[in-house]
Design a protein around this ligand. Structure first.
Ligand code: NDP
Length: 481
């Protein structure tokens, strides 16, 4: 049983309310611990600690910030085993995914932004008689709110640049996956991060999260989560003129052309559809396939999906674990029912899976593939955020693009083709923030990350993140008339 506490002012603290929320391991369905049911009073305390720490932290040299953030990265690496186990127990994802990908990537985020602190610079603009230079100053106290699907990875993707830029942070991980953020508090203590620089407050979104969003001394909000929550947050931060970054949902198209590398594409499409049980904002969910290869591709993909080893996430051979919660499983099952009502044909999956042994009460669902649903069906328009994909057929590039862009979302697209000119043409015209050609989740931390339309506002990654977490101030000096 894990008894999680808030990390405020460098110490672990119980919530002011004295109330706790039950934490469930979704792979077993059993209670695995408790987390603080924090409210405005805990957020107030966190802001007060951040305020006390701010003037010193914002004036530390880039080298000092580098050294501390780099130490955090190293300690995350050293505690990979603990952290990966915690991530898997909170989310039901395969342990291999937590330990080989997600925790190492969280360490990389800290290392990357540690070096960014050292390299960040700003512009100057010369005039004949004057010079402008732009100072990039920390914003002050910032709020970072993250979701449950890639817990430490997405938490660190916000917290690391915010700290590197000299801000103090009040952060909230998802109530469903709090443990690695809790352990990060221990790591920050060990790494020598001064008290109050990072404060982690656990609790419910509408209570703890909203208290962070509404706090007048928190000057910027970096949020990753659902589009509806993003709308609520921007309706609060807009009138308060808070800088806001929103990384929201997706309904990502995957365009498979007849000239693709067939075997590689089948394997990669199975991966981009079903990694983390389809619960990655970048997962493809609308698979568009050119008619000439449609049937062959469909059959090969179904076969791949059926071969995925589903079961106990702690088993090293497992490739496909449980969904995050019973409520989410019900939501995804609701979309499966809807797909059937809309006339879809279920090619594989579509039903709950019950493993034997310790996971018999877990929230498992088989990888699911539908065909026969038109582009305007709700299942092709709304984000399911689970292991449910649809196949649609297209004749040519024009139709492929029309189908791909027929969505209120615009996060990421993948193109599968060996025709270089086509790859350029389609990448240019597709309306998403990210396009991968013949690959998926190939990440360079320097590149801008984010979406358009209902997938969000703003970009994370590289200098984009450092710019978001700083305020530019232009200084103009006239030196001769
Ligand atoms: P939610 O929007 O439900 O929650 C995200 C975070 O916001 C959680 O910490 C949540 O707290 C908190 N929250 C909820 N309501 C409020 C509120 N009113 N004010 C402030 N904070 C609030 O998303 P999920 O956690 O369900 O995550 C899944 C979603 O995230 C999917 O839509 C997915 O596409 C998106 N996502 C987007 C990514 C991107 O980069 N574009 C990356 C990853 C996911 P709590 O959960 O504790 O209640």
């Amino acid at each position: 049983m894990q008894h999680i506490r808030n990390f405020i002012g460098g110490e672990f603290k119980e919530p002011a309310s004295g109330l706790w929320i039950e934490k469930i391991n979704p792979a077993t369905g059993h209670t695995s611990g408790s987390i603080p049911d924090s409210d405005q009073r805990d957020v107030e305390l966190a802001v007060a600690s951040a305020r006390d720490a701010l003037s010193r932290w914002s004036e530390t040299s880039p080298q000092e910030r580098f050294l501390i953030l780099e130490r955090i990265a190293r300690l995350i690496q050293e505690r990979n085993e603990d952290l990966a186990l915690a991530e898997t127990n909170d989310t039901g994802k395969p342990l291999a995914l937590s330990s080989n990908v997600e925790i190492p990537r969280a360490a990389s985020n800290f290392r990357f932004f540690a070096t960014a602190a050292m390299q960040f610079s700003s512009e100057s603009h010369a005039m004949p008689d004057s010079i402008n230079f732009t100072l990039r100053q920390p914003i002050g106290i910032v709020g970072c709110i993250s979701p449950w699907n890639l817990p430490l990875y997405l938490f660190s993707w916000k917290v690391a640049p915010a700290l590197a830029a000299g801000n103090c942070v009040v952060a909230k991980p998802s109530e469903l996956s709090p443990t690695t953020a809790y352990l990060l508090g221990e790591i920050c203590q060990e790494a020598g991060l001064p008290p109050g620089v990072l404060n982690i407050v656990h609790g419910l979104g509408f209570k703890t999260g909203e208290a962070i969003v509404r706090h007048p001394d928190i000057k910027a909000i970096s949020f990753t989560g659902g589009t509806q929550t993003g709308k609520t947050i921007s309706s609060i931060t807009g009138p308060m003129f808070k800088k806001t970054s929103l990384e929201l949902g997706g309904k990502n198209p995957c365009l498979v052309f007849e000239d693709c590398d067939f075997d590689k594409t089948v394997s990669e499409v199975a991966r981009l559809a079903f990694s983390n049980q389809g619960q990655i904002c970048l997962c493809g969910s609308r698979i568009l396939v050119q008619r000439s290869i449609y049937e062959r591709f469909r059959d090969a993909l179904v076969q791949k999906a059926e071969k995925l080893r589903i079961g106990d996430p702690l088993d090293e051979h497992t490739q496909f674990g449980s969904l995050i919660s019973e409520a989410h499983l019900k939501k995804v099952m609701g979309y499966i029912d809807l797909a059937r009502q809309e006339g879809g044909i279920c090619l594989t999956g579509g039903e709950i899976f019950r493993p034997e042994g310790r996971c018999k009460n877990g929230f498992f669902l088989r990888p699911t593939i539908f065909e026969g649903l038109g582009p305007s069906c709700r299942v092709n328009q709304e984000e399911v955020f689970g292991p449910v994909i649809t196949l649609q057929v297209f004749e040519d590039e024009t139709e492929a693009l029309a189908l791909a862009n027929d969505s209120p979302y615009g996060l990421a697209a993948t193109l599968w083709t060996r025709d270089l000119s086509r790859a350029h043409r389609v990448a240019n015209k597709i309306q998403t923030g990210i396009v991968w050609v013949n690959c998926w989740l190939n990440r360079d931390l320097r590149t801008p990350f984010g979406g358009v339309r209902q997938s969000g506002v703003g970009r994370e990654g590289g200098w984009e993140a450092m710019k978001f977490f700083t305020e530019p101030k232009n200084v103009c000096i006239q030196y001769s008339k």
